[in-house]
Design a protein around this ligand. Structure first.
Ligand SMILES: [Zn+2]
Length: 366
């Protein structure tokens, strides 16, 4: 009885927290039913991001170094990157100013404190507090990747102009990608595919050769083919290790190509390196085989168990609004991803965004 009571009280204490997050994570819970609404929410996310960028630019060099805390830290490079973010976002906000001229005066934004006060006056205080916390974590994530690049490569930058990141899409176009599968029969891969079919939303699956072979040992190739029918699949290598010089990446790519030939849904050979780590040599090899390196610009972090499923969905939505377009990274090996994805779909239901089909990759040429 005591335990049950304790559990109940514990559950009650969780509610305000979750409720607060779902109410204030995104500047408005109005439905994304028009381009103007999408742009308005996107503009607010960009402004919150910029507040954080400017906050870090205003720090002393020593404080920035301490914050990022990486041996390879180079302040000029970091400062330039932040400045570049600042100007490119302000320029893109300007180009959409006609859409939000009625609610946003960019001149106001020249002073962080005044802008924050204005946002609080307009009743966006809770959203702003959540967003500042969110973007402090997010910008730091980006900066850490930036100072490691290219020694440790990631999605933060291109190593070659042919790499696909999603930032080259048209506004409001998004491509869903799911990595690391397939799972066992009737596992989360099946559950996610069923959900996508029901919603009629296309997606691209980057299969891990090892997992594909495991599934092929339990199920015929035609059954696996049926599972993926209508979707695109790409290669994520044979085993989930960084495909670096010290690793036999050629064998990893070849073995996965053979497994994928059996399944046969591949239209354009696509490769996504585990952890986004790749080398110039690997990219050259892809080019020779007329294959494409596909990265992402929206990382859901659905694998992070420290984040509640709702938080993962909110992170994805916020980043979709912040970037306005792009490739979203999910993992079909996590059961809860099948709960996160519908929350994102619901937010953008009846909205003008387009869930892109990986078909478009057919028209690209090296
Ligand atoms: Zn992966």
């Amino acid at each position: 009885m005591m335990i049950r009571m304790f559990c109940f009280l514990f559950f009650l204490s969780m509610i305000p927290n979750i409720m607060a997050q779902s109410n204030f994570a995104i500047y408005s819970d109005e439905q994304m039913t028009s381009i103007a609404r999408f742009e308005r929410a996107a503009a607010y996310e960009n402004l919150a991001y910029l507040l954080v960028v400017r906050e870090i630019m205003l720090l002393s060099e020593a404080d920035r170094r301490k914050l990022i805390n990486k041996k390879t830290y180079n302040d000029i490079e970091v400062y330039n990157w932040l400045e570049d973010r600042l100007y490119s976002i302000i320029n893109s906000l300007r180009s959409y100013q006609d859409i939000y001229a009625d609610f946003l005066d960019l001149k106001q934004f020249s002073d962080n404190d005044a802008f924050i006060a204005e946002m609080r006056d307009q009743g966006y205080g809770k959203w702003l507090d959540y967003s500042l916390r969110f973007y402090r974590t997010y910008v730091l994530e980006q900066l850490k990747m930036k100072v490691l690049f290219p020694r440790i490569t990631s999605e933060i930058d291109r190593l070659d102009s042919a790499e696909i990141l999603g930032d080259e899409f048209q506004i409001m176009q998004f491509l869903l990608t799911f990595d690391d599968g397939p799972t066992r029969v009737e596992g989360s891969t099946d559950r996610i595919i069923e959900l996508l079919r029901k919603e009629k939303i296309p997606a691209l699956f980057f299969v891990l050769g090892e997992n594909l072979n495991k599934r092929l040992s339990k199920q015929s190739a035609s059954k696996v083919n049926e599972l993926y029918r209508g979707f695109h699949i790409g290669s994520h290598g044979y085993i989930h290790k960084p495909h670096r010089i010290s690793f036999d990446w050629k064998t990893s790519l070849d073995k996965t190509r053979r497994g994928m030939d059996l399944v046969g849904e591949v239209k354009k050979p696509l490769f996504r390196p585990p952890y986004g780590q790749r080398t110039k040599e690997l990219l050259l090899d892809l080019k020779k085989n007329r294959e494409w390196c596909v990265l992402w610009n929206i990382d859901s972090r659905d694998w992070n168990k420290k984040m509640h499923a709702t938080e993962v969905a909110q992170r994805t939505i916020k980043l979709m609004l912040l970037k306005r377009k792009g490739i979203i990274l999910f993992h079909d090996i996590h059961w809860r991803t099948a709960e996160i994805v519908p929350m994102v779909f619901d937010y953008f239901r009846n909205s003008p965004i387009q869930w892109k089909d990986a078909n478009y990759l057919e028209n690209l040429s090296h």
